[in-house]
Design a protein around this ligand. Structure first.
Ligand code: HEC
Ligand SMILES: [Cu+2]
Length: 425
């Protein structure tokens, strides 16, 4: 008797010992033999169920335009082709796993239950079965190939950043994002994108927030990225200090931003809206405080935004030779400090003992200005370099501010933008 034959016979005996009802017996025999004989057909069935599930439209998802929704159960609603493919592959894999789970556990529990010792079942004592070994090698191999094919197709498409309409560089910094529009309409636009959620909503360890939290708590920024709808946007990522990562789940985009390296990714959003993400590479104390917001707008609105932004930048571009007063610089420096320095050195200037030195009473801040310009421009250990992030005027302003604020009364109490420009060399 063939091996399979002997198995079928044994199962038959066990089952008939258990089942007394004729129709149930018949049904079970039929199902069991069908399964044994047509394992391959079952395989196809499982794949089919998975494919069907994968084809499930996204109607199953509550409209979550813009980011995570309250009580959302699934991935965010995709708004790009790639995100849709990721969504279907995710479903496909899940259903393949589910089918395997049900099949394996079904057989297992059935065997445990019906072959128990108390029913008088005797263990089989055979060794080595070529048929079984081939089956359990070939079947998983086919499953893996079946899963890898659609996944590879999508991964290859994700990596194809050619022929972009617009190229934007995203630079991760502790703890904000910098954006430079490198190529395409809007070329030359550059700005920093900071968390917009006020600290009073956040609180701190042991200190409760004094303001209730908004809907987009920790997912809102002062300057969002703006892009036109239905255009291929290439995002180049890099970082200034440590590894960060740029993601917008609704676009199916996630790319590490590595200092000293340039990586890229792309998306083509098909729907206007505001889409939100966060830095997704643990990058230090304020990792949770550097969100990413992308506004997808119509082409017309994008043109308007570019015009406005260019005017705004022209107005902001300062004459580096202008001579400022201490008050002017201090006023401007206060803002620069709050946006860029307070995360580490604190608004009080007291720093964080053991991590970030106090600027209030610091020998550097109260000493010769050349030393302070050097450290602010070029950085030192964990202190970031600001020369490529802030303008001469902003650096002059923030230095002047720290020299005249808190208990500081530096002898050299003012630094002009022209001096910063000279110190860059
Ligand atoms: C990521 C955290 C961080 C940020 C943001 C930051 N600093 Fe620092 N800063 C440091 C650290 C750490 C040091 C100590 C560096 C060392 O000596 O190793 C430091 C040192 C300094 C010093 C020297 C102080 C002394 O007494 O040695 C000055 C001045 C200073 N920072 C100014 C600034 C200014 C101005 C800004 C904003 C434009 C700023 N820092 C932003 C972390 C930061
Ligand atoms: Cu980060």
């Amino acid at each position: 008797m063939s091996l399979r034959g002997s198995y079928v016979a044994r199962w038959r005996r066990v089952i008939s010992g258990v089942l007394r009802r004729h129709w149930a017996k018949k049904l079970l025999f039929w199902a069991f033999e069908e399964i044994m004989k047509y394992a391959k057909r079952l395989q196809t069935l499982m794949l089919g169920a998975g494919l069907m599930a994968a084809g499930l439209p996204t109607w199953a998802v509550v409209d979550s335009q813009g980011g995570p929704a309250v009580r959302e159960l699934n991935l965010q609603q995709p708004v790009t082709q790639i995100a849709r493919e990721i969504y279907s592959i995710h479903n496909l894999m899940l259903f393949i796993c589910l089918a395997i789970f049900i099949a394996v556990f079904g057989v297992m529990f059935y065997s445990i239950l019906k072959h128990r010792k108390s029913l008088g079942h005797k263990a089989a004592t055979f060794h080595e079965s070529t048929a079984v070994e081939i089956a359990w090698t070939v079947v998983p191999f086919l499953i893996v190939i079946g899963m890898a094919l659609p996944a590879t197709k999508t991964v290859v498409a994700m990596k194809d950043t050619s022929n972009a309409d617009l190229t934007i560089k995203a630079t991760g910094m502790q703890w904000k994002w910098g954006y430079d529009y490198l190529k395409g309409e809007g070329e030359g636009i550059a700005f920093l994108s900071n968390l917009a959620t006020p600290r009073s909503q956040v609180g701190s360890p042991g200190v409760a927030p004094t303001e209730s939290r908004s809907d987009n708590y920790l997912l809102e920024v002062d300057n969002p990225v703006v892009v036109p709808v239905n255009k291929k946007i290439r995002i180049i990522t890099t970082a200034n200090d440590v590894i960060h990562s740029w993601t917008i789940p609704a676009f199916g985009v996630k790319q590490d931003a590595v200092p000293g390296f340039v990586r890229d990714t792309w998306f083509k959003a098909e729907k206007n809206g505001t889409y939100r993400g966060q830095c997704v590479e643990l990058c230090g104390k304020e990792h949770a405080f550097m969100p990413i917001v992308v506004n997808v707008v119509s082409e017309d609105d994008y043109k308007k935004w570019v015009d406005g932004k260019k005017k705004e930048m022209a107005a902001k571009a300062d004459d580096p030779n202008k001579v400022w007063t201490v008050d002017e610089l201090t006023q401007r420096g206060e803002k620069t400090y709050a946006a860029n320095c307070a995360v580490c050195h604190q608004a009080t200037g007291k720093g964080v003992p053991g991590a970030f030195p106090a600027l209030d009473g610091s020998a550097v801040v109260n000493g010769p200005k050349a030393d302070q310009m050097k450290i602010v421009l070029n950085g030192k250990n964990a202190m970031p370099a600001w020369k490529s992030v802030l303008s001469d005027t902003d650096i002059a302003a923030v230095i002047t501010y720290t020299r005249n604020n808190w208990s500081n009364k530096a002898q050299e109490n003012i630094v002009q933008p022209a001096e910063v420009l000279a110190a860059r060399k």
